[in-house]
Structures are given as C-alpha cells and as structure tokens.
Design a protein around this ligand. Structure first.
Ligand SMILES: *[C@@H]1O[C@H](CO)[C@@H](O)[C@H](O)[C@H]1NC(C)=O
Ligand SMILES: *[C@@H]1O[C@H](CO)[C@@H](O)[C@H](O)[C@H]1NC(C)=O
Ligand SMILES: *[C@@H]1O[C@H](CO)[C@@H](O)[C@H](O)[C@H]1NC(C)=O
Ligand SMILES: *[C@@H]1O[C@H](CO)[C@@H](O)[C@H](O)[C@H]1NC(C)=O
Ligand SMILES: *[C@@H]1O[C@H](CO)[C@@H](O)[C@H](O)[C@H]1NC(C)=O
Ligand SMILES: *[C@@H]1O[C@H](CO)[C@@H](O)[C@H](O)[C@H]1NC(C)=O
Ligand SMILES: *[C@@H]1O[C@H](CO)[C@@H](O)[C@H](O)[C@H]1NC(C)=O
Ligand SMILES: *[C@@H]1O[C@H](CO)[C@@H](O)[C@H](O)[C@H]1NC(C)=O
Ligand SMILES: *[C@@H]1O[C@H](CO)[C@@H](O)[C@H](O)[C@H]1NC(C)=O
Length: 382
C-alpha cells in the first residue's frame, strides 16, 4: 500500500518536473525570439552589427536599434525630421550613419547626442532647411560628412559655415558638391584644420575669396564644373603653398583675356592642377574652347575686349536715347495739334501786332520823309 503510494508520488513529481522543463523551454524560446526580434527592427535587414532599412517609406528611425549596432543605413525613406527622439538610447558603437535621399529637411538640437562614436554622416540628396547648430555634441567625432545635393537652397550654406566653425572641427572629408553654391561664406573652412578632401564640384561658384583655403592639410580640392572665370594672385599663391595639394579645375568658363595671365604663368610653373590640360577658354568668342596651356601671350588682349564691351554697353543706350527723343517729338507734335486753335489765335495776334507795328513805322517813315515836316523840325531845332 505505502509502496504503491510512493510510486504514484514519484510519478507525479516526475511529471511535474517534465512540465517544468517544458515551460522553461517555452520561456527560453520566447525570450530568445524576443531578443532576436529586438535585435533587428521591422522593415530592416541586419547582419552582425550592420542594420539596413532602405527604401521602406519609413517616417522615422526604426526602434529599437540593437545596442551593438555599428552601421545604420536608412537611405531612400521619408524621414523629414530628425530630432532627439530619433536615437533615444545611447548607441556607443554606431560609427556610420547613411541617410541619403530620405527627404530630410530638419535636424533639431541634440539629435546626435546619443551617438558619441559617429564618424561618418551621409546626408546627401536631401532638402535641409533647418539644421540646429546644437545638433552635434561638443566632443563629436564626425570625420566624413556628405552634404552633396542636400541643401534646400544655396543661402543655407551660412548655417553650415557656423557648424564648421563651432562644432564640426574634426571633419577631414567634406562633400559639398551639387548644391548650387554661388559664394562661400567668409572663412567657412578656417576651423577645419584636418580637412584633407573637399568636394565642391558642380556648384555655381563665381569666385574664391582670399581667405577660403587656409587648410594646410588639404590634399584633394575639386572645383570642377563651377562658374570660375579667373583665379587671382592671392588664391594662386595660397593654393601652391599647400604642400601635397591636388586641385581639379576643368569645366569652368575661363575668360582668356589679359587678366588670366598670372594664372597661366602659375599653371605652367606648378603641378598643383591635375587636370590643367583639360582647362579651356569659354570666352572671348575667338578663343572659345582653346586649351589654356596653348594660349600665346599675344592672344590675351584687353583693349579690343574693352572696346567691344564699351560698344556693347553703349548700343542699348543709343537705342534708348533715340526712343526718348522720338517720344519727346511725338509729345511735342501732339501738344501742337491739341492746341492748334490757341496757336492759330496766337499767330493772328502776333500778325496783328506786327501789322500795327509796321503801320506805325510806315506812318513815322511817311512823316519823316515829308519835306515840310522835315523843315519844320529843322527849324525848331535851330
Ligand atoms: C550584437 O547583438 C546581437 C543581439 O543583440 C547578437 O546576436 C550579436 O551577436 C552581437 N554582435 C556582436 C558583434 O557582438
Ligand atoms: C545604403 O543604402 C542605399 C540604398 O539602397 C545604397 O545605395 C547605399 O549603397 C547603401 N550604403 C551603404 C554604405 O551600404
Ligand atoms: C526633445 O526636444 C523637445 C523639444 O524639441 C523637448 O521638449 C524634450 O524635452 C526633448 N526630450 C529630451 C529627452 O531631451
Ligand atoms: C532659401 O531658403 C530660405 C528658407 O530656408 C528662404 O528664407 C530664402 O529666401 C531662400 N533663399 C533663396 C535665395 O531662395
Ligand atoms: C556623397 O553622396 C553622393 C550621393 O549619395 C555620392 O555620390 C558621393 O560619393 C558621396 N561622397 C562621399 C565623399 O562619400
Ligand atoms: C549638378 O547639380 C544640380 C543641382 O545643383 C543637379 O540637379 C545636377 O544633376 C548636377 N549635375 C551633375 C552632372 O551631377
Ligand atoms: C583679396 O585680394 C584682392 C586682390 O587680390 C585684394 O584687393 C583684397 O584686399 C584682398 N582682401 C583681403 C581681405 O585680403
Ligand atoms: C601676381 O604675382 C606675380 C608673381 O608672383 C607678379 O609678377 C604679378 O605682378 C602679380 N599680379 C598682380 C595683378 O598683382
Ligand atoms: C581630361 O578630360 C578627358 C575627357 O573629358 C578625361 O578623360 C580625362 O580624364 C581628363 N583628365 C583629367 C586629368 O581629369
């Protein structure tokens, strides 16, 4: 009796143990799957520590991101605003963030404060019109910054000039291509003492300020496809004083007149410009497409060009003067026509006045020629 009872008890205990094991297993499985879910957000693809959430029409940065993430690609989405909720938890190992072509317009203050290791930030192909100067923590490590075709309009470069001066001082690779930039703000790159690669290709830069390139570490400067007509002495000297620099200058509308002489001499003397064989004149017309290095000094005139310019400037003013004169003539005729009665009266008045006068003259003449009266007057004189 007691043996049987003991046996049942043992069986029951074993069953309970099995149940226990089962629940443990289920729990374990659940936590495992939960963990694996947590490690890769929905609509993302994770491999080791790289997370890609590309072309998913995401409206915000997917959450939560795995804690050991090193690289995040959220290109091709619809994330117009990056704010302090975009990275709510510290991600100590995230170094590369790609947010290209994601309709980004606004970056609020402290958006990157939880990404202390961020080195590469790709914001290309966006429409940035609000970028807080406090977006980056003070001790950020941003080294590669891609702002290619990312400014809403060219005036917005001023805000980036402030950022470069105050919080992005460690940048060494800077891509500012395709932004329609016309003028670079004063001293925009002066604080970037580590700047080695600067891409300004395909903007509309018309001139380079004297104080633009004070970056002795600069190695690659791409100024192709801008609107430069000539580089002045100050800029030339600055560029050739940077030890290992390579500059690209093709695709600019160089103006081949006497003002470009200094630049030609510089091009022949220095090897700084890697594509110097590809530089061609855009004007004057007779030198169009002539390579700069094939020019003779005798071809570089300024007098005839100055004359041309003067003529061209005067032509429209002659036309204008003619038009003004014609207009005055027409108005004069119109006034005459409108006032024809008054004028007629006036003419009659004048004629009458003349006639009176002439008659009076005639009368006096007749008097003075009358010999009797002449005698009279002679007598009275005596
Ligand atoms: C990163 O964390 C996930 C889980 O969160 C883990 O599966 C993965 O092995 C970790 N990777 C590295 C390189 O530590
Ligand atoms: C990020 O995703 C875009 C879109 O698929 C892709 O073109 C780009 O090469 C990716 N960048 C990196 C570094 O993987
Ligand atoms: C995020 O920014 C908003 C204002 O933009 C502020 O009200 C909020 O307190 C901030 N949150 C954190 C966690 O800093
Ligand atoms: C550039 O955009 C700003 C708005 O961010 C606007 O106020 C400004 O007028 C625009 N400038 C030009 C030249 O379009
Ligand atoms: C910046 O982004 C553009 C477009 O996404 C790409 O073509 C270019 O190579 C990038 N520049 C750098 C320095 O990575
Ligand atoms: C040059 O930049 C403009 C925007 O400023 C862009 O629309 C155009 O496609 C770019 N051209 C090339 C050849 O990249
Ligand atoms: C810049 O250069 C021009 C001509 O080379 C000179 O007239 C001007 O004073 C310079 N400006 C500065 C701020 O050095
Ligand atoms: C430019 O510099 C060269 C020598 O470095 C000098 O001969 C030339 O006169 C300078 N041109 C101007 C416009 O100052
Ligand atoms: C000069 O232009 C040609 C044709 O456009 C191009 O193939 C070559 O790479 C350019 N040379 C340099 C140094 O950029």
């Amino acid at each position: 009796m007691s043996d049987v009872g003991l046996f049942h008890l043992l069986q029951l205990q074993r069953k309970q143990k099995n149940m226990c094991n089962l629940t443990l297993c289920v729990l374990l499985f659940l936590t495992c799957s939960c963990l694996s879910l947590a490690s890769c957000p929905a609509q993302c693809w994770c491999e080791a520590t790289v997370v890609k959430c590309v072309n998913q029409n995401l409206r915000s940065i997917p959450q939560p991101l795995p804690e050991n993430i090193t690289e995040l690609n959220v290109s091709g989405n619809d994330i117009w605003n990056l704010d302090n909720e975009s990275f709510p938890r510290p991600l100590e190992h995230l170094t590369h963030l790609y947010a290209s072509g994601s309709q980004v317009e606004q970056l609020d203050s402290m958006v990157f404060k939880n990404l202390p290791s961020l080195r590469l930030l790709d914001l290309s192909n966006n429409r940035i019109s609000q970028f807080s100067v406090e977006a980056f923590p003070e001790d950020n490590k941003i080294d590669i910054l891609n702002l290619s075709k990312s400014l809403y309009n060219h005036s917005y470069i001023g805000v980036f000039a402030d950022l470069f001066k105050h919080s992005l001082t460690k940048v060494s690779h800077l891509d500012l291509s395709n932004n329609d930039l016309v003028l670079l703000p004063e001293g925009i790159f002066t604080s970037l003492s580590d700047l080695t690669v600067l891409d300004l290709r395909n903007n509309s830069l018309v001139t380079i300020r004297n104080d633009t390139f004070w970056n002795l570490a600069l190695q690659m400067l791409d100024l192709r496809d801008n609107a430069l007509k000539v580089l002045h002495n100050v800029t030339l000297e600055k560029l050739s004083s940077i030890p290992d620099l390579q500059v690209s200058l093709a695709g600019n509308p160089w103006r081949c007149d006497c003002n470009i002489e200094d630049m030609l001499i510089w091009l022949e003397r220095h090897q700084v410009v890697v594509d110097r064989l590809n530089l061609t004149c855009a004007g004057p017309a007779e030198l169009k497409n002539v390579p700069l290095l094939h020019l003779e000094q005798s071809q570089l005139s300024c007098w005839s060009n100055a004359g041309d310019a003067l003529n061209r400037a005067l032509e429209p003013s002659y036309v204008f003067l003619g038009m003004v004169l014609a207009l005055i003539g027409v108005i004069f005729l119109l006034v005459l026509y409108l006032n024809r009665k008054g004028i007629k009266r006036w003419m009659y008045n004048i004629r009458d006045a003349c006639r009176d006068h002439m008659e009076g003259y005639h009368y006096r003449y007749e008097i003075s020629t009358d010999p009797r009266l002449a005698n009279l007057s002679l007598n009275s004189d005596v």
